[in-house]
Write a protein that binds this ligand. Sequence first.
Ligand code: TXA
Ligand code: MG
Length: 320
Amino acid sequence: MPIGNNIPYAIELLNSNKLVAIPTETVYGLAANAFNENAVLNIYKTKNRPQFNPLIIHSNRIERFEEWGLLIPADVKLLAQHFWPGPITFIIPANHKIPEIVTAGTGAVAIRVPNHPITLDLLAKLNFPLAAPSANPSGFISPTSALHVEQQLGNKIDYILDGGNCKVGVESTIISFLENEPKILRFGGLAIEAIEAVLNKKLATGSNNNKIVAPGMLSKHYAPVHPLQIVENLSESIQLFDKNRVGVISFSESFAEVPIAHQFVLSKTKDLNEAASNLFAAMRHVDELDLDIILSEKFPNIGLGYAINDRLKRASIQEN
Ligand code: TXA
Ligand code: MG
């Protein structure tokens, strides 16, 4: 049985260095023992992920990262107090206990305490952190349900722990603490404004020179089959296409001239958190339809709007 909620079975598999897909509040992760190089290598192989793209390690409490010898900067402790368990990941200096295959030889490690009861329970019962990238083939949309994982990786992994639909629905916000000033490496499920309020300063976005730093560094991501175009004005742009062959991802509006089954309204009440939680499922569903093009609008640049715009933009990049 590949999908279920059998935590003891998941523990048994992880203790034997097998892969298990785990639920988190952001997206499902493809997890393995972060201290075992072969287990981690298997993550890269299964996702077809380039080995230069490092992995986040997860545990249930900040103290456990310290027990494994990681030095946690004061600002990270402060943010963790406010937001962990939750959708924020910190990049800090690694140590010899973290295999290079996890850090991709960067000397830095990404740490997170995810907020999902099943996974917190699981993590508390393991003697190692879980390395876990999103549980999708590299370059595709991240899974926000156990079914999404099964559809894309079901035949390649031993078990999918089912924790229902991911409540946040976009990946964690990533902040690097490798330099003097913290830097945003990825917009995600925790609003930058909330982080800035705790640190009492504005954060810069970073691209750490030419090094790979976050998934955005890979040019194309969240690859849809159909071209996706972000437009200023949906109702005007819809007129330029055959209305029966256009898909629409909108914030709150729907359009009478487009078949209802081709439209994905992310939040009728214009709630950006709700919109984020519906985004990836909408991107999957609209892409399964027989269409010429998918149109989306630009979301407000506030709160989770940054993460939504970021993922839409990546999905709109066409290979040429
Ligand atoms: O919400 C999430 O963050 C989910 C859940 C499963 O926790 N995980 C996730 O992992 O989105 P992934 O691998 O799909 O994206 C994490 C990104 C990686 O693509 C990588 O570029 C960046 O974090 N990253 C990981 N370790 C890093 C490091 N040491 N230095 C810089 N960037 C790092
Ligand atoms: Mg990913």
